[in-house]
Design a protein around this ligand. Structure first.
Ligand SMILES: NC(=O)c1ccc[n+]([C@@H]2O[C@H](COP(=O)([O-])OP(=O)(O)OC[C@H]3O[C@@H](n4cnc5c(N)ncnc54)[C@H](OP(=O)(O)O)[C@@H]3O)[C@@H](O)[C@H]2O)c1
Length: 296
């Protein structure tokens, strides 16, 4: 479990150190903990970072877009949360070392890593440029491996917690999601190996398989030629809010769960994939033409 060393209260940015501020909830379940959430300038990562702050943690935010990252950092700092930020591409190992150094320099320790950064796709395999396939795989696989490699010595010291953000589409294949599904499945498998290999360290390794979630309007995924395009339409009633998903991620971290599958659809996929895999394929194959937009 975590040990309980108090953290210095600060808000900082790698580019521009800002005013100090006390954690908004110094008695919350994550009080005294320091977290990195990758890809937290927007979407689910941002809401996970916000909730960690609200529950007492100091959080290092990350993304590649300096302006958006600063906007998110400033909003959390304005609510008196302890936040720092680091512009870093998590597919680059040296940048991941800088990300981890930001946490250590700003808060002195690191307890929690949530690898959330990811690029998704809206492209069929036959049409996809090879380098687009690689970009999607890299962001999901090396974007998980590199932050963890850089953070590992600190997480060992803290007997910390690592959560890989995966997807229900890692539980089986999904047309138009080849590299994304493969990358998300890879990190789920990686978590299992690390749980065994690093059991003696006391680190928690968990995976959260997220289902359909409301997206920021600006969210883009890659088309077959690498162009950023809006995501496919999803029925709103099937989507959880980002805040709901963040709450589930925090519960997963608090309880040091190995695997959390979000949504009824996710649990249905696990059931069908495990016990009736051919039925699952039949459903997809007989509906794919009619529901093309749903599968994209
Ligand atoms: N929304 C859903 O329905 C859904 C369903 C299943 C799983 N998930 C998973 O949930 C997580 C969050 O998804 P989301 O919907 O919140 O997507 P999002 O809004 O696009 O957030 C992803 C974040 O990752 C950042 N990012 C991407 N590549 C990066 C890189 N190489 N280095 C650093 N940051 C990077 C993006 O910022 P920049 O591109 O500006 O750097 C963005 O801030 C992802 O892992 C996703 O696969 C989402």
């Amino acid at each position: 479990m975590f040990d309980g060393v108090p953290i210095p209260a600060t808000t900082a940015s790698v580019a521009q150190p800002l005013r100090a501020g006390a954690p908004a909830n110094p008695t919350g379940p994550f009080a005294g903990r320091v977290a990195i959430v990758t890809g937290s300038e927007s979407g689910i990562g941002r809401e996970t970072a916000r909730l960690l702050c609200e529950q007492g943690a100091a959080v290092v935010l990350n993304g590649r877009n300096a302006e958006r990252l600063e906007h998110t950092r400033a909003a959390l700092a304005a609510a008196s949360h302890s936040v720092a930020s680091c512009v870093a591409d998590v597919t680059d190992y040296v940048s991941c070392e800088e990300l981890v150094n930001t946490a250590i320099e700003a808060f002195g320790r690191l307890d929690i890593l949530v690898t959330n950064a990811s690029i998704s796709q809206r492209a069929y395999f036959a049409d996809m440029q090879p380098d687009v396939f690689k970009q999607v795989m890299d962001s999901n696989v090396y974007g998980t491996v590199y932050p963890l490699k850089a953070a590992l010595p600190h997480l060992i010291k803290a007997k910390g917690s690592v959560t890989f953000i995966s997807s229900i589409s890692a539980l089986n294949g999904m047309p138009s999601g080849s590299a994304y599904c493969a990358g998300k499945a890879a990190v789920a498998n990686l978590a299992h190996t690390l749980r065994l290999e690093l059991a003696h360290t006391g680190i928690h390794f968990g995976v959260v398989h997220i289902g359909f979630t409301q997206n920021d309007p600006e969210k883009r995924v890659l088309a077959a030629d690498g162009q950023p395009v809006p995501i496919a339409h999803r029925p709103p009633r099937w989507q959880k809010s980002q805040a709901e998903v963040a709450a589930i991620i925090l519960k997963h971290i608090r309880r040091r769960r190995q695997r959390t599958v979000i949504s009824a659809l996710g649990r249905l996929i696990v059931l069908v994939h495990t016990y009736f895999p051919r039925l699952g394929d039949w459903v997809v194959l007989t509906t794919i033409r009619r529901m093309r937009h749903f599968y994209e």
